[in-house]
Write a protein that binds this ligand. Structure first.
Ligand SMILES: [Zn+2]
Length: 353
């Protein structure tokens, strides 16, 4: 691959994936800063959160291999639960981990997807409601009818915000592994059975909906499979940035950011159980929330690294400032107009546009 083509390839990724999120994340760190100044920091260090999100992905290093593959090699991700950049990396990572696990299990199990909800609540009741959701799910796992069929699960928390009513809607997306013969067995559960169990577990008869869907997978007709869309559904963001960043309303942004920050503190967003947990362990997959956000695709071997491209965030853009080759270092001039060889001073023609 030509030198300038390499630059174009990385530039496209920077433009499409990183730049918009980096720009968008400033609404969050500005909100954290206002919350810090308002001394809204009871139990939460908003100043630290402001600094973390502000510096998130401030530098990105991409490696290029002898097979012309590019891969993010180093970056400073802040891992804040609300950071738009990190939420995107985390969602990619959950997606690939679930794919790995489901792929491994799909010949021995079938899968169903459950969406478990409770009524919308206002901010002061959100934290207690999340506790209640967790306890209710733990209870449901112990019900005989459910424990008999559930061989493994992945449970992801999602909370949406309803701006019109100023309420929060917490719910779980749960992917469940069941035996191959489940759909023809005496243990088969109807939608009404799941609803009755969830009403019992939550002690809330006013819940009228539990969404249950079969995930289709047929090795002979893979085109009919909806595994990928089901995996995408569970791997969605726990909280969508557009549900707390309101570019037209700072007061509302601060209030919703404050609520989400306080209820998500020390709270688990994703849990794995049974055969799902076993396979994760078997593959040695790291934690999706606290783990590294660089490697989101579980692939290790890409070929031999032949160059490393270093980018820095500056004035609303990612700018290339150096390229490391095993025998040579290329640097950018301070204004990022041209590149030159650090040893010989030779200028590389026409590489920065
Ligand atoms: Zn971040």
């Amino acid at each position: 691959m030509e030198f300038s083509e390499s630059l174009k390839t990385i530039d496209l990724e920077l433009q499409n994936d990183f730049r918009e999120r980096k720009l968008y994340s400033r609404y969050l760190h500005q909100s954290y800063n206002r919350l810090h100044k308002k001394s809204m920091s009871i139990g939460i260090d908003f100043e630290k959160k402001h600094n973390n999100v502000k510096s998130c992905a401030g530098f990105l290093d991409f490696s290029k291999t002898n097979t012309d593959a590019f891969k993010l090699k180093r970056a400073n991700f802040c891992k804040d639960k609300l950071c738009p950049m990190c939420a995107w990396r985390r969602s990619k990572k959950i997606y690939s981990q679930v794919h790995t696990v489901v792929d491994y299990l799909k010949n021995d199990y079938q899968f169903i997807m459950l969406t478990l909800t409770v009524r919308n609540v206002t901010a002061p009741f959100l934290s207690d409601t999340l506790d209640k959701l967790n306890k209710s799910f733990a209870k449901m796992l112990k019900y005989k009818a459910f424990s008999r069929i559930c061989k493994g699960y992945l449970k992801c928390l999602e909370i949406t915000y309803n701006r019109e009513h100023d309420t929060y809607h917490p719910h779980f997306h749960v992917l469940i592994a069941v035996d191959k013969d489940y759909f023809r067995s005496d243990y088969y559960l109807h939608q009404s059975d799941y609803l009755a169990m969830w009403q019992k577990a939550t002690k809330d008869k006013s819940i009228t909906q539990v969404d249950v869907r079969k995930i289709h997978y047929n090795p002979n007709r893979p085109e009919l499979s909806n595994i990928s869309s089901a995996v995408a559904e569970v791997a969605k963001y726990s909280v969508k940035p557009s549900d707390y960043i309101f570019t037209d309303n700072k007061i509302l942004t601060d209030s919703v950011v404050y609520t989400f920050s306080s209820v998500l503190l020390n709270r688990r967003l994703v849990s794995w159980g049974g055969c799902f947990a076993d396979v994760r362990k078997f593959f040695g997959l790291d934690d999706v929330v606290d783990g590294d956000l660089l490697h989101t695709d579980n692939q290790l071997a890409y070929g031999e690294v032949v160059a490393i491209y270093h980018y820095r965030w500056s004035h609303g853009k990612y700018k290339l400032y150096a390229i490391d080759y095993p025998q040579r270092i290329i640097l950018s001039d301070p204004d990022n107009n041209f590149l030159f060889d650090a040893d010989t001073g030779e200028v590389l023609e026409g590489v920065i546009t």
